[in-house]
Design a protein around this ligand. Structure first.
Ligand SMILES: [Fe+2]
Ligand SMILES: [Fe+2]
Length: 257
């Protein structure tokens, strides 16, 4: 499939083909082909700006699709839209402080809002229950990481959706192996799951929810330090505490609740 550089129509490489400076072009008609040959540079510039516009549109569709999927999960849950927005920024910040390369940081930033997409598959009476869950309900709730990975899909081709699947599957694993769904330990938990895991706990504790007040800062810091090497990757937990002010300001500036 190719794009006619004169009129922008989709054509096949066998339609009125011609080579210009070793690049193959195809056209919807002989008229377009002749116009191109008279002023090739003008039409090549048009083609480049058409491709740039299309890339911008794809980028917009991609980010709006992620937001839409994330909101679908949040719509059923007690979470707020601000939580989803803050998660992207907390996770980006922690991934940068940890020293991941920029590509990895961007993928985590874009995919982290989808961490709880699997909650779409959890019955509302469990998701919205105000008291503690019983053993059966907890068991159903703990299926959301795997449901999320199924919703995101298998044999994925895009790095972004592979990242989203990995985050969904691993954000409730714990460093000491007591998490779910697989009970993975230490570095067997993908770094993106470890990053999302700590940011998710922080953001849940600092937020006021219908079923709980916001925790005071000191109590949150104490919990993170107590859980260093238990729930949380010790390096990430230490970095989180050392840079606590950054996460607090992300919370304050993205929190409209
Ligand atoms: Fe979750
Ligand atoms: Fe969350």
């Amino acid at each position: 499939m190719m794009i006619d550089p004169v009129c922008g129509m989709v054509v096949s490489s066998e339609d009125y083909p011609t080579k210009h400076k070793n690049v193959l072009y195809a056209f919807c008609s002989d008229l377009c082909k002749q116009s191109f040959l008279q002023h090739p540079d003008i039409y090549i510039d048009m083609q480049i700006s058409r491709i740039q516009d299309r890339n911008k549109e794809l980028e917009l569709v991609r980010s709006e699709t992620i937001q839409c999927l994330s909101r679908a999960a949040e719509y059923k849950d007690n979470e707020t839209g601000e939580h989803i927005a803050r998660m992207a920024r907390h996770c980006k910040r922690l991934a940068m402080i940890y020293g991941l390369d920029m590509r990895h940081v961007q993928l985590i930033e874009m995919a982290s809002p989808m961490h709880d997409i699997g909650k779409i598959g959890i019955p509302g009476y469990i998701l919205l229950k105000e008291g503690p869950l019983d053993a059966n309900e907890r068991c159903v709730m703990q299926q959301h990481p795997e449901i999320g990975a199924k919703i995101i899909g298998e044999n994925l081709q895009s790095e972004l959706m592979n990242m989203a699947s990995s985050i969904s599957l691993s954000h409730h694993e714990k460093w000491d192996g007591t998490g779910y769904p697989k009970g993975l330990k230490g570095e067997l938990i993908p770094i993106q799951g470890r990053i999302v895991g700590i940011c998710d706990v922080f953001d849940a504790l600092i937020s006021k929810r219908p079923y709980k007040p916001a925790w005071p800062i000191d109590k949150i810091k104490n919990l993170i330090s107590q859980q260093t090497g238990k729930h949380f990757d010790p390096i990430l937990a230490t970095l989180f505490l050392e840079n606590f002010a950054d996460f607090l300001s992300i919370y304050n500036c993205c929190n409209k609740a």
